[in-house]
Design a protein around this ligand. Structure first.
Ligand SMILES: [Zn+2]
Ligand SMILES: [Zn+2]
Length: 123
């Protein structure tokens, strides 16, 4: 990723936030149990139907599905994430599928050093 790519990436993410009316994304378990479609218990730890742990379904999976956030279709890890507006946390909670870059970016406010290596050289 070079400097221009990084600027484009940041603009794409900012666009996505604006379009969706959210201010933050955070990795999370799928909305319902993927093994049986059952609901999570109150603390979202176990499936009430089959007993599967939600933790085991939070693991990233390898996919070619487009990232909802930055729109990349390059195959790689995808994760479940929930988007919300920090100023209005209860009103808007949406589920997305995001790539590992976006998962890192949303947690840290930047991309990981390996991805941005090329950027620092270009700067
Ligand atoms: Zn289940
Ligand atoms: Zn992404």
């Amino acid at each position: 990723m070079n400097h221009a790519d990084y600027l484009k990436y940041q603009a794409d993410v900012a666009d996505f936030y604006r379009r969706e009316g959210i201010t933050h994304l955070t990795a999370c378990a799928p909305p319902v149990c993927e093994a049986c479609g059952g609901e999570w218990d109150r603390d979202v730890e176990f499936c009430m139907r089959c007993g599967e742990s939600s933790e085991s379904q939070r693991a990233p999976w390898f996919s070619k599905t487009c990232c909802d956030c930055c729109g990349t279709s390059i195959d790689g890890d995808r994760e479940h994430a929930v988007g919300f507006d920090v100023k209005n946390p209860v009103s808007l909670i949406k589920m997305y599928t995001i790539c590992s870059d976006c998962a890192y970016y949303t947690e840290n406010g930047r991309l990981d050093d390996l991805t941005v290596q090329g950027v620092e050289v270009t700067l």
